[in-house]
Design a protein around this ligand. Structure first.
Ligand code: ZN
Length: 165
């Protein structure tokens, strides 16, 4: 028999409220917002200190990421149907249907994703966690998973395997 361990952290303050709209060729949602909630799952081996990973390290990293997104308009930089440009401190979005938005840069968060879906947000946050957690390098972690809920019981998750490369 082999035991596997994981830690799961979902604190009340792992949250951000943000505005977005989904757009793909032929479709655009209206601009709207969500009170997003984030959770983190880390699978790994238990170290000599008895931890897979210190909860505090996850809490610090997750809170920092949430604060970067909080009270922003999420702009998917890799969109295939939104033309995005910066001009004099404004982010300008021109959509396929002719809709135009001009938003102060400090009110936006530009993300290297194609869509601002919960799936793509989970993928982005998971990648950022892998980059920022010291434990990824100092401990024997096997996988990190991030959940992003747009609403209660409506959540997307992305899991990155760490032991394959
Ligand atoms: Zn939405």
């Amino acid at each position: 028999m082999r035991a596997t361990y994981e830690v799961f952290v979902s604190k009340d303050d792992f949250k951000f409220n943000a505005a977005h709209f989904i757009a793909y060729p032929g479709f655009r949602e209206k601009l709207h917002g969500h009170n997003y909630r984030v959770s983190v799952r880390v699978e790994g081996e238990v170290g000599s200190d008895g931890y897979v990973v210190d909860f505090d390290e996850i809490k610090t990293a997750a809170r920092r990421l949430c604060s970067e997104m909080n009270e922003r308009v999420i702009v998917p930089e890799q969109s295939d149907c939104i033309d995005i440009s910066k001009d004099d401190g404004q982010i300008r979005l021109v959509c396929e249907d002719g809709s135009r938005f001009s938003i102060p840069e400090q009110d936006c968060v530009l993300l290297p994703v194609q869509h601002s879906s919960a799936e793509d947000l989970a993928g982005y946050l998971c990648q950022r966690l892998v980059e920022s957690l010291d434990a990824v390098r100092s401990r024997r972690l096997l996988a990190i998973e991030v959940g992003v809920a747009e609403a209660p019981s409506q959540e997307a998750r992305c899991r990155l395997q760490l032991d394959e490369d």
